[in-house]
Design a protein around this ligand. Structure first.
Ligand code: DX5
Ligand code: ZN
Length: 216
């Protein structure tokens, strides 16, 4: 069963309550929360206070994607603010620190994901695969919504799926960037369990509920 994770990066904050109600009424099980620090990626978004407020408005799983230079320093404030899953970038940490962060977050009772930029080879994630609950494959360059899907990233998904089977591992595979009704089919065929979708969900002419439904 596919999980849909609307990215609140594309939410219209002038209609926060209305759109949060629509998300709650939809079949989206997760909400994807993109944290950008203007340094790891060339864009700025939200911090823990916004997460805390949104977490109070829904029971959906808060799926926090940290696109920041120092996830070791800042992960805890997002746990405190209500994150259920924290995903950090492999490029931002040494393997040693990243593995320690996995243990630390598990001790705090949250799930852990690891992710990588499109140019980073998927093998860079090998040290993490028996430690994480989720692997996030970026199918656009992190930083902005509304970019085109990079179909070549589906090879990473196939690799991760094969690796999971061969080694009897448990992580879920999530994909993020350029997901719409067409690319969702490709992502599911390749083996994705969780689809993040921002602009498609929030700019859909038939509204949020139908947009989510069309990705399932
Ligand atoms: C990009 C973010 C994505 C973004 C996806 O850096 O990680 O989560 O919101 O947006 P769409 O679905 O519009 O490509
Ligand atoms: Zn994201």
């Amino acid at each position: 069963m596919t999980i849909i994770a609307p990215s609140v990066l594309s939410l219209d904050f002038t209609k926060l309550e209305e759109q949060m109600n629509a998300l709650k009424a939809s079949k989206a099980e997760y909400l994807h929360f993109d944290v950008m620090d203007g340094h790891f990626v060339p864009n700025l978004t939200f911090g823990p206070d916004i997460l805390k407020a949104m977490d109070k408005m829904t029971d959906q799983v808060m799926d926090v994607h940290l696109m920041i230079t120092d996830p070791v320093k800042y992960a805890d404030v997002f746990v405190k603010a209500g994150a259920d899953i924290i995903t950090f970038h492999q490029e931002a940490v040494s393997d040693e620190d990243g593995l320690k962060l996995c243990d630390h977050l598990h001790k705090k009772g949250v799930k852990v994901g690891v992710t990588l930029k499109p140019k980073t080879p998927v093998e860079a994630l090998l040290p993490y695969l028996d430690k994480v609950d989720m692997v996030l494959v970026m199918s656009v360059e992190p930083g902005f919504g509304g970019q085109s899907f990079m179909a070549g990233m589906l090879d990473k998904v196939r690799f991760l799926k094969a690796c999971r089977e061969a080694n009897d591992l448990q992580y879920l595979i999530e994909i993020d960037g350029g997901i719409d009704a067409n690319t969702a089919v490709l992502a599911k065929e390749a083996g994705c369990d969780i689809l993040v979708a921002g602009s498609y969900v929030f700019k859909h002419p038939k509204g949020i509920v139908e947009a989510v439904e069309s990705l399932l």
